[in-house]
Design a binder for this molecule. Structure first.
Ligand code: NDP
Ligand code: OXD
Length: 310
């Protein structure tokens, strides 16, 4: 419990009342304000806040992002550079990412797109069986979410490789890093899953050259940010048949504009950025615990490294 009165500002793009209530429940010793005009607060808990918020709030001890990715927050020019920025770690998102990735992996492994087209053509064309261990999946990003996804796929029996910036060791996952490591993962992956943060290094990472390295007919699953992917290159690769299917949860522009060529494409499968949603209760519990630790002068995890961009 914190003894001195604390003022917390919550600012979310949507469902503000529910977030305010959840945070007040998890942190009963604090005043949780939701209006933009709240007087100087100790902490801000935000998702897509107005730029004016940081210009008004000059005494913040930390900013908490209500999401795992902080690219949009880091792009706000008024975000104070000397205030710690702390992001969400898992808070129930890892399990949702595992479900999503397993669902797509099973679709691809059991050739669902092939049989759906065969049905449309009234064709009875059984294909040879495959073993799980022969189905090769690559996961780019082995952080909180990527490592959980790679582990879940490996435990299911698929042959999984993963890629990160620094070297990693995960049971039953072939871990790669660096430029050569990326090529190793790309050239073997029949399903490539993107779970990297958007940074100056990862923006545009998957372009024509990288797509061309994947095995012919491979599938791509983007769960991270649309900006990682060159949309025109992907559409060309889909039309040429070098990429078989694209499963896209995230886009350079969200909501995806109605005229975007992804919408009608027969090999593009769209979901509206719902791969992993942030549950109010678990997220607010994590924020509350970290605020309590900070008030006691203790360190917290999830601190964003501004230089790295994640
Ligand atoms: P983490 O910060 O825990 O993990 C990031 C991973 O990416 C780390 O393994 C890191 O390497 C790796 N990485 C970063 N930069 C590079 C690089 N230049 N080259 C190679 N590897 C790199 O993030 P999370 O796992 O928590 O989240 C990942 C992303 O998922 C978020 O940033 C967000 O964009 C997205 N997301 C999407 C959601 C959705 O609903 N679609 C929901 C939640 C998150 P290293 O381990 O060496 O540091
Ligand atoms: C996140 C997201 O980063 O929802 O948490 O995309």
């Amino acid at each position: 419990m914190i003894n001195k009165p604390l003022n917390i500002l919550i600012s979310t793009a949507k469902e503000q009342d529910a977030w305010q209530q959840a945070l007040a429940t998890c942190l009963p010793e604090a005043h949780v304000h939701a209006g933009p005009d709240a007087s100087a607060c100790d902490y801000a808990v935000v998702w897509k806040p107005p730029e004016a918020l940081f210009a008004q709030q000059r005494r913040l001890k930390a900013v908490f992002a209500l999401g795992a990715g902080v690219d949009s927050l880091l792009a706000i020019p008024t975000l104070p550079s000397d205030v710690p920025l702390i992001r969400m770690e898992d808070v129930g998102m890892a399990a949702q990412m595992e479900e999503y990735a397993l669902h797509i992996a099973l679709r691809q492994f059991r050739q669902a797109p092939y049989y759906e087209r065969a049905q449309a053509d009234r064709k009875w064309t059984p294909q040879a069986m495959r073993r799980r261990t022969d189905f090769k999946i690559g996961v780019l990003g082995l952080g909180v979410l990527g490592a959980a996804v790679a582990d879940a796929l490996a435990r299911f029996g698929f042959s999984v490789s993963g890629w990160s910036r620094t070297p990693k060791a995960l049971p039953d996952v072939r871990c790669e890093h660096g430029a050569r490591g990326l090529d190793t993962v790309l050239t073997r992956s029949e399903l490539l899953i993107l779970l990297l943060p958007l940074t100056h290094e990862t923006a545009g990472l998957i372009g024509p050259a990288q797509l061309a390295k994947l095995p012919r007919g491979a599938a791509l699953l983007n769960l991270s940010r649309g900006e990682l992917l060159d949309d025109s290159a992907l559409l060309s690769a889909l039309d040429a048949g070098s990429i078989g299917e694209a499963y896209l949860d995230v886009f350079q522009q969200e909501p995806l504009p109605p005229e975007h060529p992804y919408w009608p494409h027969p090999r593009v499968h769209i979901t509206p950025h719902i791969a992993a949603l942030t549950p109010y209760d678990i997220a607010c519990h994590q924020v509350a615990e970290k605020i309590r630790r900070m008030e006691l002068g203790k360190s917290v995890s999830g601190l964003v490294d501004r230089q790295r961009g994640y």
